[in-house]
Design a binder for this molecule. Sequence first.
Ligand SMILES: Cc1ncc(COP(=O)(O)O)c(C=O)c1O
Length: 437
Amino acid sequence: MAVSSLSKTQELLDRQKKVLLPQQSRMLLYGDEPLAIDHAKNQWVWDVEGNKYLDFFGGILTVSIGHCNDEVVEATYEQMKTAGHTSTLYINEITIKVAEKIAEISPGRLQYCFFTNSGTEADETAIMAAREYTGHSDIISLRHAYSGRSVSMMTMTAHKPWRLGGVTDPSIKQVKNPYSYRKPDYMTDEQFLDFLIDDLEEMLATCTNGKIAAFMAEPIQGVGGFVVAPKDYFKRVQPVIKAAGGIMIIDEVQTGWGRTGKYWCGIEHWGIEPEILTFAKGIANGAPVGCTVMVPEVAEAIKGPTLSTYGGNPISMAQTYATLAYIEKHKLWENAEKQGERLRKRMEAMQKRYDFIGDVRGMGLMQAFEMVVPDGNKTPDAAQATKLTNAARAHKLLIGKGGLYGNVIRIAPHLNVTSEDIDAGCDLIEKALADIA
Ligand SMILES: Cc1ncc(COP(=O)(O)O)c(C=O)c1O
């Protein structure tokens, strides 16, 4: 779908190119052609040319309960009329209410929150807390992780294109990620799990002094292409980390608050209790909120002053509270499980018909196709993934792309998606697949 040179999109792109970082216009366009959004409501997005799209990506898993959700809009407006900014200098009740809710619904002993403005800052806060608590500095993360765009979080991020500026923090080290689809063919699932744990132990024995601050991972690697850790993975990792004096930090920026179905938090599927969880994106339906929640002994270890001018801002807290209240009122973790199964069944049926869909994976409303060249070698096919994104757009459906090789299609409808919308979206994906086959 070429953008006409006279279109409003082209006019905006020309203006953007003059004032926003050139890389934003070169690299981060949606599919092959730019898409300029005019407005959005619930599951629908309209571009500036008047096209209406069904949104199955929610602004990168961030608009969790629909665009401009009425209850969130109302809560935002009410708070804006009441108190717009206070800073961490003062006490404000809405921030306490959100923290009380998070302490109530987070698993295990997680209790103390620190609010910031992004996932990057939530993850930064987590590693700062782990270092303060343990007195150690080394952090272990996973290859194919994405943790954000500060210098430390780019070091945590194990995707070459996202590591800008020559990141050099030697205390951050990555081990092999639990990417079961790409495990060596000669290994069983059990052997692969043993191999991952051996790799972790060898990393600790060879690249650290044996004492670490933390292990940090996403339960399902989001930007990494919805790579789902095997069922026993975190149970096997946790004792190894504990023996090295470290704690577990789980990054729930994409998996949090019902997204994976059945539970509030993704890690609950793996049955471990981490010392720290981090959140952003879907926690506030699009408001800039990061949250780091910790168990008491870790929180107590932070003795020095730390503040965030906008963290816990009453307006974004009102948005967070309204989002969590909406998810709770409608038990959306149940809907995510039910609609996720419906979506998954359709995607598996599609995989049977197209040999370039190498893998279907995910949990709840976080499902992916991995596109490969059908050569028997699982060769990643990024071009085919881009074609599918373009074809879906032509059929007025928005989906996402990801994965280290750029060959994973990420599908993540809003948590309040209906069966009708799942069916309609899947019909559009089928049409797009037929177009590119
Ligand atoms: C798992 C994960 N952690 C952290 C981040 C960073 O969040 P932000 O872009 O809000 O800084 C992201 C962003 O995509 C993410 O997916």
